[in-house]
Structure formats: C-alpha cells, structure tokens
Design a protein around this ligand. Sequence first.
Ligand SMILES: NC(=O)c1ccc[n+]([C@@H]2O[C@H](COP(=O)([O-])OP(=O)(O)OC[C@H]3O[C@@H](n4cnc5c(N)ncnc54)[C@H](OP(=O)(O)O)[C@@H]3O)[C@@H](O)[C@H]2O)c1
Length: 326
Amino acid sequence: MKAIMQDRYGSPDTLALGDVDRPVAADDEVLVRVHAAAVNALDWHFMRGDPYVARLGMGFGGPRQKVRGRDFAGTVAAVGKDVRDLRPGDEVFGDADGAFAEYVRVPADQVERKPANLTFEQAAAIPMAGRTALAGLRDAGRAGPGQRVLVNGASGGVGTFAVQIGKVLGAEVTAVCSTRNIDLVRSLGAAEVIDYTRADFTRGGQRYDVVFDLVGNHPLAALRRVLTATGTVVLSGGGVSRGGSLFGPMGLIIRAQVAAKFVRGQRIHVLQTPPAKGLLTALTELAEAGEVTPVLDRTYKLAEVPDAIRYVETEHARAKVVVTVP
Ligand SMILES: NC(=O)c1ccc[n+]([C@@H]2O[C@H](COP(=O)([O-])OP(=O)(O)OC[C@H]3O[C@@H](n4cnc5c(N)ncnc54)[C@H](OP(=O)(O)O)[C@@H]3O)[C@@H](O)[C@H]2O)c1
C-alpha cells in the first residue's frame, strides 16, 4: 500500500510517499481503509523527534514507527477474530499510529462509528483536536452554564472545537484570535472576540472562570491575573516546544504543578493527551446532534502530506487541515 514514511527525524523533507506492506489486524483489531486523515501539531513533533526526551519512546536513531499520521476516518476492511461489533464496510473514525496511509490497523475498542451527517474529512478532523477541546473545557476546566470561558487560540484546530463545546456547555465564550478569523469564531458561537493584534487579553479588566490556553504566549502569572478567585487555567502545553527542545511540555508541567501547590482558590491544570474512547463517543453524539461541526481549512492529497505539515507547522492554520486518501 501507499504510505507517508520517514526513516530519520527532521523537516517535512524527510517524509516520502512509498510502498509498504498492508498491515494485518490482530485478533482484537480492525483494519481500516483510510479515506481521510487529519494533521495535528503532534505530527510535526513526531516528525522532528521533538522534544528530544520523547525519542525515548519513539526511537533514538530514528522513528521506530515509520508511517506518520494519527487521526483517520475510513471504512472497515477486515476484522480480527475476536471483534464482534464491527464488520467490513462499517464507516469509522479514530486515531492510531500510521494513519497517513491507505490502510491502518487499530484496536476495535478505540474506534467510533462515523457520524452519519459528517463526511470522512470532517470525521477525521475530530479525534485529537475534539478530544483535547472536550477534555480541556468540560473535564479539566469544569466549564458550565453561565460561566465566562476564554479560549486563547480560538481559530486553530483545537480552538474551533473549544468555542463550540464551550457554548454547548452553556458558557459564555470569549475567543482570542487575529482580525482575519473574527467572523469564523463568531459563527462558531463566541459571544465576545478579542483581536490579539489589537489588544492583550491579559491586560483587560474582565475576569474569567476558565482560561483555556492553546498558544502559550503568556506567562502563567498573566493568565491567572484574568481568572476569577476560584477560576481554572487549562494549559495545552502549546508553544513551549519550538524545535530542538530537550523536555518540551514536561518543563511546563513540572513548573505548573509546583505553582499549583502554592496557589489558593484558583486551579492550574496542564492537559495531557486525553484517552480516546469515551470522549470520541461524546463528540460523535454532539456531531450527530448538530451541536459541534468540525471546521476544515485546507485539504491535501496523500502525496502532499509534507506540504500539509509545513502549513500546520506555521501555527497559523485556520481550523483543521485534512489529507484525503482516494
Ligand atoms: N495537551 C494536549 O493533549 C494537546 C493536544 C492537542 C494539541 N495540543 C497543543 O495545543 C496547541 C493548539 O493546537 P491546535 O491544533 O489548535 O494548533 P493550530 O491549529 O496550529 O493553531 C493555529 C491557530 O493558532 C492561532 N494563533 C497563533 N498565534 C496566536 C496568538 N498569539 N494568539 C491567539 N491565537 C493565535 C492561529 O491564528 P492566526 O493565524 O490568526 O494567528 C491559528 O488559527 C498546540 O500547541 C498543540 O501542541 C495539546
């Protein structure tokens, strides 16, 4: 099968479309024919082997897992002998290593049925970004009705889900984005918008119950300044690793955990990559109810994955970038 492969860490130039054996589903797995895959910040971190400490898991000399990509949507092509509730032809989505390929294998209990009202491209956009937004606001932030929630980085992959989810939770969402994205975040349900090219939200007088930071361009003290006395700041880890970093978000996690011990009233939460299944089920229900709709920016072909990652690496993509696999 065709796949985007990589032998050594580095820039998008180290990625190449090549031929590799089609994976075989284990007893508890399904083999999925990929129709669409989404690009996440995680993909360029894996591609670059960044931060270095992550290479302990990914492989020192080069990536052990040669095929890049994680988020996918597609059709079940084969099922392992222990799989009961899925069969060939079912339309599913989820995440697994090696999604920038014609086929990917994944544990059956990690995939979710594709919402019938979404395209494969829209469904592929959900797993990493949607889960992060839901875990960040609902679980870590405990955002609820009547609360004021600020999303910094509201026009990005995670942010466009977070604005919609904040509204679903009944919160009043303030979106921080640049001028060109104001209409987008308003259309997703933001009650207030702060244009970061004109104003610094950490200098304003408004206080928020939850600050969800997806950019990492403000120190923790500045984020806490705009929190209520009992508010929660949720840090995504974004912006702390810009290539060549040794520990990446781990430094932030340790600093935030130490700070959290001395803080009274307010909560500081560093989001770790959330587990798949329960959150995916909840996102499927929200999508089917029409309450959350993935927003797509550019679409690339499988052979163009290096360009797609180059674009996402600019950190100025608008919503989700998707790869189609015909
Ligand atoms: N902890 C976790 O489990 C987890 C999971 C997923 C993602 N993350 C992290 O969360 C972060 C966000 O992910 P993502 O997928 O949403 O990234 P993304 O799609 O690359 O975000 C790009 C967006 O950020 C906006 N932006 C750039 N600079 C900004 C600024 N100074 N103020 C406000 N907005 C700004 C851009 O808008 P403009 O073009 O208008 O500037 C663009 O729309 C990433 O750093 C990622 O590593 C963490």
